[in-house]
Design a binder for this molecule. Structure first.
Ligand code: NAP
Length: 305
């Protein structure tokens, strides 16, 4: 019987692990893939405090993982399928086995939203990608399309200019949603061509992607744009398939209070998966710390810092 199971090894889960180990809790972190979360898909992070120069996403997260392990946290690789509570004990169901614990923090993060247009699914790995850091180098001197207008689309479009000869940035509205500094950076890059008020209707190709079909949202005009790759960055949806529906809001995020409590005693949520998240790395880390301090209080009746 563990004191605490932390589900997810991104910034929220690892920070919960760091604080939990320092508080003397017997805990385990369960991560579906390898620790790091979505951040490892970001080439550079320039708004995480403590780094005078931008830090690569994988580097930030590999150091965070090492810090967590140095403090003695156990990190196991497994997929969580269910969480049940009976007589004050949580049973976390895994694809292969289960773990019992007195408290649980859900920090399973979010996954890339899909455009859900014809061709998208078929061409994943053959021109369609959700990770510029992973796949950008395959597009050296090639034409690429980026879908989205948020921070991630702007950052990744800029990153792709290292390889691609041209990056068409397709956004459905007239104004980008991403931070001002990123908009200026993107608009000042001659390789990036913004295509506004436009939706991608389909991804086309033969063995690999060769074009996208575009529709102007104002005029309804349909155009075909030749491209070798389509990078999709249109936001994230929370990973809550294993969470009781009664604990979720309309966006399928786990509803929490300011102390990261869910509606179930001893069950907490932190990071991108929780209601009201601003989806910033620094905030996910802070959520993880808050959640574990709340869990410590729940387990011991004492306040810990
Ligand atoms: P986002 O801010 O939610 O932006 C998603 C973009 O995709 C929006 O421009 C949206 O258009 C567009 N979009 C959504 N659904 C679409 C669809 N079906 N078809 C076409 N376009 C669609 O998502 P994000 O850029 O992935 O960023 C997620 C969060 O992570 C943000 O809060 C961001 O600030 C944060 N972030 C943090 C860091 C960091 O902490 N260092 C780094 C990167 C990102 P509309 O604008 O029309 O809605």
């Amino acid at each position: 019987m563990k004191d605490l199971v932390i589900i997810g090894g991104g910034p929220a889960g690892l920070t919960a692990g760091i604080y939990g180990m320092r508080a003397g809790l017997d805990l385990v972190i369960v991560e579906k893939f390898s620790p790091g979360g979505q951040v490892i898909n970001s080439y550079e992070i320039e708004n995480y405090p403590g780094f005078a120069e931008p830090v690569e996403g994988w580097k930030l997260m590999s150091d965070m993982e090492e810090q967590t392990r140095r403090l003695g946290a156990e990190i196991i690789s497994a997929e969580v399928l269910s969480i049940k509570k009976d007589a004050g004990v949580f049973t976390v169901g895994l694809a292969d086995g289960e773990i019992q614990a007195r408290s649980v923090i859900i920090a399973a993060g979010a996954f890339n939203r899909r455009l859900n247009v014809p061709g998208e699914k078929e061409y994943v790995g053959r021109g369609v990608s959700y990770c510029a850091t992973c796949d950008g180098a395959f597009f050296k001197d090639k034409v690429t399309v980026v879908a989205g207008g948020g921070d991630v689309a702007l950052e990744e479009a800029f990153f792709l200019t290292r390889f691609a000869s041209k990056v068409y940035l397709i956004h459905r509205r007239e104004h980008f949603r991403g931070a001002d500094i990123l908009q200026k950076r993107v608009l000042g890059n001659e390789k990036i061509v913004p295509v506004l008020c436009t939706n991608i209707e389909s991804v086309n190709g033969d063995t690999t992607v060769n074009s996208v079909t575009l529709k102007n949202t104002k005029t309804g005009e349909i155009n075909r744009l030749d491209t070798d790759g389509v990078f999709i960055f249109i936001g994230y949806d929370p990973n809550t398939s294993f969470v009781d529906k009664e604990l979720l809001n309309e966006q399928r995020e786990v509803i929490v209070d300011m102390n990261m409590h869910t509606g179930v005693e001893g069950l907490f949520a932190a990071g991108d998966i929780r209601s009201g998240s601003k989806r910033q790395i620094v905030m996910a880390a802070a959520d993880g710390a808050t959640a574990v301090l709340s869990a410590y209080e729940y387990l011991t009746g004492n306040y810990c810092s």
